[in-house]
Design a protein. Sequence first.
Length: 155
Amino acid sequence: MNAPMNSVDDALGDDHARLGALLEELIRAVSAASPAAQALLARLTRGLLHHMAWEDQVLFPAVKALGSAKERRSIESLEIDHERLRETLQRLETALAAGNHVASGPLVNWLKMLLQGHNYDEEHGVYGEANRLINEEERRNLIERFEAGRPKEAS
């Protein structure tokens, strides 16, 4: 078994990569108007909702409690991004369920654009701050909780 991760950036960055690969599969399926797109979106949604919920409920409060006003403002922006991502996932789910491939393409591309900017902001902001502010043992515990709750298909 691998040694436990103690870097928020490594653990969450790895999850960004996994979810990004799933998003690329979804983009291909949507482009081909494949019936597999709905199942791919469901898998992506489960993984992404877990990721965002863990950040919103665990990571962000921990960093806010220890950080400065600057870190808190940065996290507020990331929380707004999470709402936009949830709304976009819902709109994409509705479009795919209705077989609306005309709307699905732009929505999946918008989702990709939102995630690219959001992931960059997290990886170059709050994750580094978490590594700096939260002691190693606590980070390891937080990461273990994140990993334990990850949906199996997002692993």
